[in-house]
Design a protein around this ligand. Structure first.
Ligand SMILES: [Fe+2]
Ligand SMILES: [Fe+2]
Ligand SMILES: [Fe+2]
Length: 413
């Protein structure tokens, strides 16, 4: 059932009271909480847990990068303190995942995060160029969900709908075998920091944290499977996630200072905890989002004051007086079918998108794709293997693919 839309929440992130920083550290016992039950968790509670783990890891990682690039003690000290809290929050969140949820089941949920996050952002993205980038990435993660779903059935005999709960559709998108590009091809024109809508910055940074987390998860857990097919599929899709990190990070304006980025990370944490809190259906987990939202508000304000002191810039001037949070995890089926219908055959080059029929022989990705796909394509092989298990043999996505094509035609007409 689709829940009724809740109006966007607007808050004053620069003044909303938070939890004082020296009251934000937690004991081991407070930090590690009981996991959710994978049999009755709501699919979107699970996606919130996965997203916020990625957001915290992203902030932690950036804070270390900043610390290694500054000699200012006051900044390094605040970085160390806020980073320690981020790291504790990350433990609480990631430890909500239960031990009996397999790597592959969690993987299905990672792709569900990517799909419903990217689709919603694309629907609401103010910058048309950034929106097209999101649409392009969306169709790739959409196909990953399909490939991993076949692997889940093949290896564990499980229905991927036990994870996505029918909220996200599963059928082929732009084929994964086509996601492999010469690395330079993925680079995009960046937004302009003084002209970009704050929402474009928040969307981009959130997606970037999500994609980085996905990359790390596949690269870390892929080898835990003994099955060669599984190991190869994780290697192949793991590399596409590297392409996605390169792709989305190239949207960031490189002239943003590290301090401005730090404020942006904090604001992005506030933004994401706010929607988690607003839409969480598990009352126990909702309390966690509420507490962490108030930790981040305090951290944001401390970093906003740093920005004013060191660069003479009011954070409001860069990111707006108020923060309106409209995001929610929800179904995006109609939107995704429409984008599939219009953009399935697009390819990328020189910060532009073009139909694959119009890509010239000079396109560097031809060579790269030929090289990596030279002796077999794991994302195709898993579908072939699944076909052999059908009687009579047919490709498992066939009927669904037909549905997708039909949807594509409907949209084109
Ligand atoms: Fe945090
Ligand atoms: Fe993906
Ligand atoms: Fe991705």
């Amino acid at each position: 059932m689709v829940s009724p839309p809740i109006e966007a929440v607007t808050l004053d992130p620069w003044r909303e009271p938070g939890i004082p920083l020296d009251e934000q550290y937690r004991s081991w016992k407070q930090r590690v909480k009981a996991p959710y039950d994978k049999h009755d968790v709501d699919a979107y509670t699970r996606t919130r847990v996965i997203l916020m783990n990625g957001v915290e890891n992203g902030s932690w990682n950036f804070s270390h990068h900043f610390a290694r690039s500054t000699d200012d003690f006051e900044i390094r000290s605040l970085l160390a303190r806020t980073r320690m809290v981020d790291q504790q929050q990350q433990t609480t969140i990631n430890w909500l995942n239960p031990a009996d949820q397999t790597v592959l089941e969690t993987t299905i949920a990672y792709e569900q995060v990517a799909i419903d996050l990217t689709a919603y952002f694309a629907r609401n993205e103010p910058n048309p160029f950034v929106r097209e980038a999101f649409n392009f990435g969306l169709l790739e993660d959409f196909d990953h969900l399909y490939r991993y779903s076949e692997l889940l059935d093949y290896l564990e005999g499980k229905d991927p709908n036990s994870i996505v709960q029918g909220k996200t559709e599963i059928f082929p998108g732009r084929p994964t075998s086509e996601h492999h590009n010469d690395p330079e091809v993925r680079l995009l024109r960046h937004y302009e920091k003084n002209r970009a809508h704050p929402l474009s910055k928040l969307h981009t940074l959130t997606l970037l944290c999500g994609e980085t987390q996905t990359y790390n998860f596949y690269k870390e857990h892929g080898p835990e499977y003994g099955n060669r097919q599984a190991r190869e599929l994780y290697a192949e899709i793991g590399e596409v996630e590297e392409e996605h990190v390169t792709f989305y990070e190239s949207l960031l304006d490189p002239t943003e200072t590290l301090l401005q980025r730090q404020v942006m990370h904090q604001l992005m944490e506030v933004y994401n905890y706010q929607h988690c809190y607003a839409h969480e259906t598990d009352p126990r987990i909702r309390l966690i989002w509420d507490e962490f939202l108030h930790m981040e508000l305090e951290q944001l304000q401390l970093w906003g004051q740093m920005l004013l002191r060191y660069e003479g810039i009011e954070p409001e001037a860069l990111f707006g007086d108020t923060l309106t949070v409209e995001f929610r995890f929800e179904e995006n089926k109609g939107y995704i079918r429409k984008v599939l219908g219009q953009q399935m055959d697009l390819r990328q080059w020189n910060s532009q998108w073009m139909d694959k029929a119009d890509v010239s022989g000079e396109w560097p990705s031809h060579r790269y794709k030929e090289l990596v796909n030279a002796d077999g394509i794991p994302s195709e092989e898993i579908v072939d293997l699944q076909m052999l298990r059908q009687d009579p043999p047919e490709r498992p996505g066939e009927e669904l693919l037909a549905r997708a094509r039909e949807a594509a035609l409907e949209v084109r007409e």
